[in-house]
Design a protein around this ligand. Structure first.
Ligand SMILES: Cc1cc2nc3c(=O)[nH]c(=O)nc-3n(C[C@H](O)[C@H](O)[C@H](O)COP(=O)(O)OP(=O)(O)OC[C@H]3O[C@@H](n4cnc5c(N)ncnc54)[C@H](O)[C@@H]3O)c2cc1C
Length: 424
């Protein structure tokens, strides 16, 4: 029997889970081989990225990078040891081109990899929408490298402040979605601790959160938004809603308020969480994309017009059959989609009809907001404070348990919990 070659591009939430879900179906798949390709050696648990970017800010990176990283990253080497037993091969590389007619893809090293089934799970990247100075002066928060760059910038300030070389710090977080809100809150919480320890004066820093829309956390119900605004206020964060960022320069930005007036705002550290866009390279692979560059898929995740190419996660344009809206770019959505993709690959090999997916109308989401405080939104009700925070910690552990053996998952979760607690 010929080996069926399944190639997965991207070892993020969607790609890694597709590989593991396929491995679960090994009896049905019979002779198969999975190749998982990603340029990064680690699988990043993005929900904890805000902890990495604001963690242990008084320590130099050399002293704590390993610790901070270890709580939010699963080394694919470690997963590889597990997945090796399940016919999964990991290739650390970037896919440059795809030739759907020849059923091959080419890595940036020039190596060609053939496939029978292809799964595209490449995610998205930060978007700055052509705003003048954004690429130059704003620090995105999307990858592990981004998180450390933000952390480094803040560490530099704190060191200079302690040495008396810096007098004040203005932090501006662009984007009032979950990531921006989490980062601003955690940073404020950390600065409060410094104020309590008398290593920082309250009047020597300010944190602002800018949102172009009428309110922060626009995807959440009104009671959650109200609760979040109260928490931000209590943390001393200046929320600038209905405010557009017009341009950025070194240490300042120009903002346009709702009434059309513009104002110059000092900003030493500008953290960008305002949006994402599809990867340019995906548009060159010849698959149909929507007007925003997301790969068009059928309700069973086949890329439109293909019989053996699937796309899922943030890079795919999957629309909810009832609401006709795009499924939100969430890790939990990518993970659920992966199970459908794996099932459909197995079904197609068995010559059965593929299944389609009806996403939930609402997603349970937890927004940590500094220290042991989070808002957990269940759609029809929400929980706040320590309870919300504990729900979040359980969700983190659940995720690690779903990709790692119990001992490894516990180690990762508890080391993260210990390191990130230091900030609280
Ligand atoms: C700061 C932050 C916090 C978040 N918090 C939450 C949260 O709390 N809850 C939640 O549900 N979601 C959260 N998200 C969203 C979540 O991270 C994404 O929805 C999720 O990562 C999407 O999974 P994916 O598999 O589509 O893409 P990703 O997880 O981004 O994985 C894509 C992978 O593809 C690889 N890749 C890209 N190009 C290539 C190429 N050419 N060749 C090979 N590999 C390639 C990348 O290296 C990457 O590893 C957060 C996101 C951010 C940025």
């Amino acid at each position: 029997m010929e080996t069926h070659k399944i190639v997965i591009i991207g070892a993020g939430f969607g790609g890694l889970r597709t590989a593991l879900e396929l491995a679960k179906r090994k009896v049905r798949l019979k002779a198969f081989e999975i190749t998982l390709i990603d340029p990064r050696p680690e699988h990043l648990y993005t929900p904890l990225l805000y902890e990495v970017s604001s963690g242990d800010l008084e320590l130099s990176s050399d002293a704590c990078v390993g610790e901070l990283q270890s709580g939010a990253c699963v080394q694919i080497d470690a997963v590889r040891n597990i997945i090796k037993k399940k016919n999964i091969r990991f290739v650390q590389a970037t896919v440059a081109t795809v030739d759907a007619a020849e059923q091959t893809l080419v890595l940036s090293s020039g190596e060609t990899i053939p496939y029978d089934d292809l799964v595209v799970a490449v995610g998205v990247e930060s978007a700055t929408y052509g705003i003048a100075g954004a690429d130059e002066f704003a620090l995105p928060m999307k990858t592990l490298k981004d998180a450390f760059a933000i952390r480094e910038r803040m560490f530099e300030f704190i060191r200079s402040y302690k040495d008396g070389k810096e007098k004040r710090l203005s932090i501006l977080v662009v984007g009032g979605g979950a990531s921006g809100t989490e980062f601003a809150s955690e940073t404020a919480n950390f600065f409060h601790r410094m104020v309590d320890e008398e290593t920082l004066l309250r009047q020597d820093y300010d944190i602002s959160l800018v949102e172009a829309g009428p309110d922060i956390l626009s995807m959440f119900p009104a009671p959650v938004r109200r609760c979040a605004r109260e928490r931000l206020h209590a943390l001393g964060i200046n929320v600038l809603a209905a405010t557009k960022l017009k341009s950025l320069e070194a240490n300042a930005v120009t903002l346009e308020r709702g009434d059309g007036t513009t104002v110059r705002h000092e900003a030493d550290v500008i953290v960008w969480t305002a949006g994402v866009k599809s990867l340019d390279v995906v548009k060159t692979w010849g698959f149909p994309v929507d007007d925003r560059g997301y790969v068009k898929v059928t309700p069973n995740f086949l890329v439109e017009g293909t019989k053996n190419v699937y796309a899922l996660g943030d890079c795919a344009a999957f629309t909810h059959p009832k609401t006709k809206r795009r499924v939100p770019a969430l890790a939990q959505a990518a993970v659920k989609e992966a199970a459908i993709v794996a099932e459909n690959i197995a079904r197609t090999l068995e010559r059965k009809l593929p299944m389609s997916w009806t996403p939930p109308d609402r997603w349970v989401t937890v927004v940590p907001m500094g220290g042991a405080y989070a808002i957990a939104d269940f759609g029809w009700f929400h929980l706040t404070g320590v309870l919300g925070y504990l729900i979040r910690k359980v969700a983190d552990l659940q995720y690690f348990l779903s990709i790692l053996p119990v001992g490894e998952a516990w180690k990762l979760w508890s080391s993260g919990a210990k390191v990130y607690r230091k900030n609280d």
